[in-house]
Design a protein around this ligand. Structure first.
Ligand code: GDP
Ligand code: IMO
Ligand code: MG
Length: 420
């Protein structure tokens, strides 16, 4: 069986957690392939909301194995808290969650460097979640990192101290007050805690599973426009969030990839700094934020909101080779008289219909207007119950991007999902 991938086509928070949970019964294994606790994946069922940061979103379904892949970076402290929260509601993970030996570990000083670096950037700060993601991936590519498999080696503490001392030397360059010892004890306790879990050679495990016809879904974090190579650099995260990231983040060959599910909101949001051509600063933007409850799942920061951006969406579909689209949060548009989609940009008086190298304030979106449906979608269960104006909206998107919309989501609950 080939591996399917689910990933975000915008700037993250598209609703990946919800849909992974919805699709999990069709799979044997759910595996995260990149990112770390900068992610916040929300899922809702039985009127309870769960937010996952490191743990794959398949964890609430029986008979599913969840794997944290080699491309992920793990903060043992956050991991421990996440597991303990789940234990409170009787979700036992020790048998259903495996961790790649090659996943890198976030150490306390990574988080301090993240904060010091952001402070030094002043107005140009990335708006990082400050979870130590950038510094951990820097140590990975710089060949200094610690990996999960290192925990069980004799000289782990020595290697930790070596890395810490390197970080202390680096921090001397910043005018930044910090205290590593504060979290160090908690971190070592969390290392002991994570050691209770099964560490695996996940690339072997996953390829063996493929060969024995197991169905695997790779769960992305963040979104395509936050990708380190293809996102709005430097306002991006530090990993490959695109479909190719699933190959390197799990150790699967490109010819083992099946469907690529691209997930997007019916409008656009972004949290943190960086360009956002269709961002709204008017009442419509406020309404999107309020109806959509657009506050970050990890940091609680308010998310910037705007209309759907077609050049950006086409770009993301191209980079990922998306084969199916899932449109989320359609219900958030229920009350709008008019809904807009950016079909192209005007840059220095020229019309541009692609996502350019430089996305900056010189870009003015060109919009096409759609009549709103002015109807409550949250109780709709079947495609034929969807209002004509929404169908027009979807059909227009499909005809422009050339990929079918297979799921329309009309609320945060598992059940509020319409298969088209
Ligand atoms: P993720 O990071 O991609 O998993 O997305 P987040 O969980 O960070 O953000 C998505 C938010 O939208 C969460 O609060 C979800 O509960 C919520 N959500 C998901 N799908 C829908 C939907 O169709 N309608 C509404 N109103 N909310 C949704
Ligand atoms: P999920 O998986 C939305 C954003 C941050 C910041 C930039 C870099 O929930 O969709 P980092 O902490 O990686 O150094 O931050 O990326 N960002 C996200 N935005 N959803 C996420 O994850 C994000 N993870 C990081 O806000 O702008
Ligand atoms: Mg999120």
């Amino acid at each position: 069986m080939k591996v399917d991938i689910l990933l975000g086509l915008q700037w993250g928070d598209e609703g990946k957690g919800k849909i992974v949970d919805v699709l999990t019964p069709k799979y044997n294994i759910i595996s995260r392939f990149q990112g770390g606790p900068n992610a916040g994946h929300t899922l809702e069922f039985n009127n309870i909301k769960h937010v996952l940061h490191t743990i794959p979103s398949g964890i609430f379904r029986e008979n599913t194995l969840n794997i944290i892949g080699n491309g992920v970076v793990i903060d043992p402290i956050i991991f421990k808290k996440e597991v303990e929260e789940l234990e409170k509601i009787n979700v036992d993970l020790t048998q259903t969650l495996y961790i790649s030996k090659k996943a890198h570990i976030i150490v306390p000083s990574h988080k301090i460097i993240d904060a010091a670096s952001e402070q030094a950037k002043g107005k140009l700060k990335i708006g990082s979640t400050l979870k130590g993601i950038g510094p951990t991936y820097m140590d990975k590519t710089g060949r200094n990192g610690l990996r999960i498999g290192d925990i069980i080696t004799d000289n782990f503490e020595e290697r930790y101290n070596k890395l810490k001392n390197k970080h202390i030397a680096l921090l001397n360059q910043y005018n930044f007050k910090y205290n590593i010892e504060e979290t160090e004890k908690e971190w070592f306790e969390a290392i002991k805690f994570i050691n209770k879990f099964k560490f695996i050679d996940s690339e072997h495990f996953i390829n063996d599973s493929i060969n024995s016809n197991k169905k695997i879904l790779a769960e992305g974090a963040q979104g395509t426009l936050l990708d380190i190579d293809f996102g709005t650099y430097p306002f991006v995260t530090s990993s490959n969030t695109v479909s190719a990231g699933a190959c390197t983040g799990l150790g699967i060959a490109p010819n083992k990839i099946g469907e690529v599910f691209g997930i997007f909101k019916a409008y656009t949001t972004r949290v943190g700094s960086g360009p956002f051509p269709t961002e709204l600063f008017d009442k419509d933007g406020e309404d999107l934020q309020n109806y959509g409850n657009e506050f970050g799942s990890t940091t609680g920061r308010s998310r910037r909101c705007g209309w759907l951006d077609l050049p950006a969406l086409k770009y993301s579909i191209m980079i990922n080779g998306a084969t199916q689209l899932f449109m989320m949060k359609a219900d958030v548009l229920d009350n709008f008289d008019t809904i807009k989609i950016a079909t192209a940009y005007k840059i220095n008086n020229k019309v541009v219909d692609f996502f350019p190298f430089e996305v900056n304030e010189n870009i003015t979106p060109i919009y096409k207007e759609f009549k709103g449906w002015k109807q409550n979608l949250t109780k709709v269960e079947k495609p034929n119950e969807l209002p004509d104006n929404l169908i027009n909206y979807i059909k227009y998107i499909e005809s422009e991007v050339g990929v079918p919309v297979k799921i329309v989501s009309v609320g945060p609950d598992r059940k509020q999902t319409i298969f088209m």
